[in-house]
Design a protein around this ligand. Structure first.
Ligand SMILES: Cc1cc2nc3c(=O)[nH]c(=O)nc-3n(C[C@H](O)[C@H](O)[C@H](O)COP(=O)(O)O)c2cc1C
Length: 181
């Protein structure tokens, strides 16, 4: 399986990246091909809603790193996200990239892709994850992609909070099993 990983944190060695690394270890063990994009470190202009693209009929007006990411998206059998929770939602860095899906919407919707979401939030109250859970469910429904797993870890402010935890094991397990039906 060809897996595209997209991270959303500006912290290269932070909590959500730690979960993605566990996922990657599991996915590599299962023999999958991994491509990774770090949304916080690419040049992706926010979508301005000009609709020149007509959702995939014409190229986006911005010739930035998204040109290459579009090809990776189209080629992926699965798209896996990791993000810190920012104001009860995915980070702005990740959302800027996902908003640009609009440029090729009609080329990636209902294409049988699978998806996983890994989230870490600092607040110990698990209900702070309610919004992002709803966002993910609705986004997958819109894209017509299949949910292959989701992991929401609250009360996490440093990666040390995740070492040797059930959450780390779950992230690894999601990587190991993403190709299974
Ligand atoms: C701008 C900003 C907004 C945040 N908003 C929330 C929030 O709404 N709920 C929460 O639980 N934690 C919030 N946090 C804390 C982070 O989600 C948490 O520390 C996360 O695990 C950091 O992940 P990272 O190390 O991968 O960047 C916020 C942090 C920042 C910097």
């Amino acid at each position: 399986m060809n897996i595209l990983e997209i991270t959303g944190s500006p912290h290269k060695h932070g909590c959500s990246n730690y979960l993605m690394e566990q996922f990657t270890a599991g996915a590599k063990k299962a023999g999958h091909e991994i491509t990774r994009v770090d949304a916080a470190f690419v040049n992706v202009h926010p979508c301005i809603g000009c609709d020149h693209c007509e959702s995939g009929l014409h190229p986006c007006i911005y010739k930035d790193d998204m040109v290459e990411i579009y090809e990776k998206l189209k080629a992926a059998d699965a798209v896996v996200y990791s993000t810190p929770l920012y104001y009860h939602a995915p980070s702005a860095q990740l959302m800027a990239l996902i908003d640009r899906y609009h440029g090729i919407d009609n080329l990636i919707r209902n294409t049988g892709k699978r998806s996983v979401l890994l989230v870490t939030g600092g607040n110990p109250d698990p209900t702070f994850m309610d919004g992002i859970k709803q966002w993910y469910a609705t986004t997958l429904r819109y894209l017509g992609w299949e949910k292959a797993g989701e992991l929401y870890v609250h009360g996490c402010t440093t990666p040390e909070n995740l070492e040797n935890t059930e959450s780390a094991r779950k992230a690894y397990e999601l990587g190991l099993t993403i190709g299974e039906k």
